[in-house]
Every structure is written in structure tokens, then in C-alpha cells.
Design a protein around this ligand. Structure first.
Ligand SMILES: Nc1ncnc2c1ncn2[C@@H]1O[C@H](COP(=O)(O)OP(=O)(O)OP(=O)(O)O)[C@@H](O)[C@H]1O
Length: 442
């Protein structure tokens, strides 16, 4: 069930414990990009984006106020697992990576990862494996060799892509930019136990990513509703989810074929769980996805309704990607060579945040503009990006000078009012002390 996780934070207790953790000996004579992790969405995505880019561009970063917009700021187990994995891959010096830390120093020492065999990481909780993939994937695809990564943790978590979503919605669209990534869900893992397992295998890219253009929504011509359950949960729960979802969808899409499936996943699950996964396909190749996880004392109908309404809203808004794919494509658009353009629904705060940090750290420019010709009920925007054409062999250095500002949304959590989003060029603050240059990215 979707909950609001953006309760603004007041004063963090953990911060006192961690503020001393970036010590002098860890800060070498190297420029440091100083990141304020509290602005816009102020969540874990800032950490993942900036750590991935820091690794690709071999830049040291100091992230402060990590997840300050969350009820419990600082690193959670899932974030720590991702950071530790990246530190291992890039032999990075890190300080402040303990759970609860709100201040992290990360300095990679390798420009590219070495072939050390299968990479493993495990959140050892229900922490999302997909969010580990989110931090690592932009780097794995630029490795000079094929990479196999085996991850443990939660495959179906609230506020994170479900593994099914990543495999069936995110990857088919993202890989059209030219990279290869095979994903296999070996075992599903749910809140609170976790215990899921996912294997991904990437192939090396010999050239930069291709830009992406997704601007033609077309017509919905297929909808698939799947509900999953394990043996200690009655299949009736899954049936109720499917029936609720189908009924709601039928109201808007009377003539579209709706495929339904009820799946006993006991044999490949750790512990018990149930969830719904809905996809809509259009005749121009757009794919939209939505998931809802079963929860104690929440009726199956409510879970299905929330997931279905989220998908229907994405379709009604008129964009070519769903709310989540929007922010997940941003980093790839920035790294690609040339102009990408996607047509979206309302710009999410996650998207604004990713654009903000990605453009600052890569120098890629983004432009958001409302679509002039909209059908009734639609709320659509174009996100355009002039990507930098990153490839390790290009030796592109980064000189961040662009900043996205949003007159209404700096540090607030209203992700629907985007009409004032604009791109301005700002001067990045650079302070030089005896041995250290600090670039403040905020
Ligand atoms: N239902 C969903 N389906 C697909 N992707 C999702 C879904 N919910 C969230 N996401 C994606 O998961 C990511 C969550 O980023 P966010 O910063 O909120 O992460 P986080 O690490 O969980 O940190 P925090 O707990 O601080 O929010 C975003 O990329 C978002 O698009």
C-alpha cells in the first residue's frame, strides 16, 4: 500500500553521531564534489545517482544531509549495501557508510571495475535488490568485460521498483539505448524477511549509449494483470486482486484485450507474500507498469485498486512512460550521446531531483517543456536532454555548471506543480583551501 514517506524531517539525532566522520586523512588532495542530500526529493535516489556518477567520472564526493526528507534520515541497510558494493567495485575510500549516517565521503580509486568474478551483495533484510541494481547498473554497463551480479534482499518492496517491474518495464525500454542486461529473478523475497535473489548479467558497451526518443503514445492494445501468492496465502486473495483490477480497467478500456494470470510462486519464494503486477502496452511500443504489495490487514481489493488507479492515471495523463520510469531513465539520458526526448505525464519530484544532480555532475543539459497540443484530461511534458556521450575510452571530464531550479518546488514535496520548472545556468561555488577544492552542488 502506498504511504506518504515524505514527512519533512526536523532535526536528526543521527547527524550528531556522524558529522565528525569525514576526517582529514580521508580527504586527499583531490577536488571534492559536495552534495546537499536534503533538497528536492531528499531521499536515497540522490545517493545512488551521485555515487554512480562519482564512480564513472572518478570524482570524490561528500554527501551531507542524506535522506533529510525522510522520517528516519541517514543510510538504511539497503543504501549501505549499495554503497559498500560500489566501494568494493571501485576500490573507493569511504567514510560515514554506517547505517544511520547522514554524511558520506566516497572517493573511487579505479576508473573502471576489474573482473573479479561474480559480484555478490545482500541487504540481509527486505531492503530492495532493485535499488542496489539502480546504483550499480550505470557503471556495470561501462565495465570493460561482462559482469555477473548476484543480489539478495527484497524483490517486492514498497517505494522501490519490484523485480518484475525492473525486468519487464524498465529494462526493455532502457536497453533500447544499446546496452545489454539480462535479469533473472531466482527467488522472490518480501517484507519483512527479504531472502529474495536476483541475478543480472551485463555485457560491455563498446560505444556510448544511444539517445532515446519516446514521444508517440499510440493506443493501448494489451493489458496484463498478474497476481502472485505463496502457499500460506489463499489463491482467493490473488483472485480478488485480479477481479478488482480487471473491473476498474474495463471501465476505461472496454475494447482492449485484458489477460489475467494467477500465479502460485511458492516454489521460488522465500517466506510468504502476495502482490499484483499490471502492465499496459501500446501499439507504438510503450510499456507502463504498476505493482501493489499485499500487507497485513489491508484488503486485497484496496491493494489492487491503488495499483490499478496508479496505472490508469499514468495512461490518462498522456505520457509515454509511467511515473517511475520517468526518473529512472534520466541518468541514462545524460550519459547517452546526443539528444534524447521523452514525453511524460506530470514531472515527478524524483525526476526533478535526478535531473538536478545528474545535470550538475555530468554537465548534460535538460529542458522540460509542456506539450502544446494536449488531449482533454492530459497533462504532458517533454523532457529533452543533450547527453554527453560518456564512454570510459572518451576520457570526458565533468565540469558541472548547470542547475535546474523550480520556483515552487525547492524542498517541498508537491510533485504535481511543475509549470515553473526552468533551466538556468548558475555558477557552482568552488572553495579552495590549502590542499582541497570543494565544489558545492546544491
Ligand atoms: N511502485 C514503483 N514501481 C517502480 N519504481 C518505483 C516504485 N516506487 C518507487 N520506485 C522507484 O524507486 C526509486 C525510489 O527512490 P527514493 O529516493 O525514494 O529511494 P530510497 O532509496 O527508497 O530512499 P528513501 O527511503 O530515502 O526514499 C525511484 O527511482 C522510483 O522511481
Amino acid at each position: 500500500m502506498a504511504k506518504n514517506k515524505n514527512t519533512p524531517n526536523k532535526k536528526s539525532k543521527v547527524d550528531k553521531q556522524t558529522q565528525q566522520q569525514v576526517t582529514k586523512e580521508t580527504i586527499e588532495e583531490k577536488p571534492i564534489y559536495k552534495i546537499d542530500g536534503s533538497i528536492l526529493e531528499g531521499g536515497g535516489q540522490i545517493l545512488r545517482n551521485t555515487v554512480a556518477l562519482s564512480s564513472l567520472f572518478d570524482k570524490a564526493i561528500l554527501i551531507e544531509k542524506i535522506r533529510y526528507n525522510r522520517d528516519q534520515p541517514g543510510l538504511k541497510n539497503q543504501h549501505k549495501t549499495g554503497i559498500d558494493l560500489m566501494a568494493k567495485l571501485f576500490k573507493a575510500h569511504i567514510t560515514g557508510s554506517s547505517v544511520g549516517s547522514t554524511r558520506l565521503y566516497y572517493q573511487p580509486t579505479l576508473r573502471s571495475i576489474k573482473d573479479d568474478g561474480v559480484i555478490e551483495a545482500d541487504t540481509k533484510t527486505a531492503g530492495s535488490v532493485c535499488l542496489i541494481i539502480q546504483v550499480a547498473l550505470p557503471c556495470l554497463i561501462f565495465a570493460p568485460h561482462s559482469v555477473k551480479m548476484v543480489l539478495g534482499g527484497g524483490t517486492n518492496c514498497d517505494f522501490a521498483p519490484a523485480a518484475d517491474y525492473m525486468e519487464n518495464v524498465f529494462l526493455p525500454i532502457a536497453t533500447s539505448m544499446g546496452f545489454q542486461c539480462d535479469m533473472k529473478i531466482d527467488k522472490k523475497g518480501f517484507y519483512p524477511k527479504g531472502g529474495g535473489a536476483v541475478t543480472i548479467t551485463t555485457q560491455p558497451l563498446t560505444e556510448p549509449l544511444k539517445p532515446i526518443t519516446i514521444v508517440n503514445k499510440g493506443n493501448v492494445n494489451r493489458i496484463v494483470i498478474q497476481a502472485f501468492y505463496t502457499s500460506r496465502i489463499s489463491p482467493v486473495v490473488a483472485e480478488r486482486m485480479v477481479n478488482t483490477s480487471r473491473k476498474l480497467i474495463k471501465k476505461d478500456f472496454k475494447k482492449v484485450e485484458i489477460e489475467t494470470e494467477i500465479i502460485d510462486m511458492s516454489k521460488y519464494s522465500f517466506g510468504d507474500g502476495t502482490y499484483i503486477f499490471i502492465r499496459a502496452f501500446t501499439d507504438t511500443g510503450c510499456v507502463y507498469g504498476s505493482t501493489g504489495n499485499g500487507a497485513i490487514r489491508v484488503p486485497a481489493e484496496t491493494i489492487a485498486e491503488d495499483a490499478t488507479n496508479s496505472l490508469l492515471k499514468d495512461l490518462q495523463d498522456g505520457g509515454c512512460v509511467d511515473e517511475y520510469l520517468q526518473d529512472q531513465l534520466i541518468i541514462f539520458m545524460a550519459l547517452a550521446k546526443g539528444k534524447s526526448i521523452i514525453k511524460t505525464g506530470p514531472i515527478s519530484l524524483h525526476t526533478q531531483t535526478s535531473i538536478h544532480y545528474t545535470s550538475l555532475m555530468t554537465g548534460a543539459t535538460f529542458k522540460i517543456s509542456p506539450v502544446a497540443e494536449r488531449l482533454p484530461g492530459e497533462e504532458t511534458f517533454y523532457i529533452e536532454c543533450d547527453g554527453i556521450g560518456y564512454h570510459p575510452s572518451n576520457d570526458i571530464d565533468i565540469n558541472p555548471t548547470q542547475q535546474i531550479t523550480n520556483n515552487n518546488n525547492q524542498n517541498n514535496n508537491n510533485n504535481n506543480n511543475n509549470s515553473n520548472t526552468e533551466i538556468t545556468t548558475t555558477t557552482t561555488t568552488t572553495t579552495t583551501t590549502a590542499n582541497t577544492t570543494t565544489t558545492t552542488v546544491q
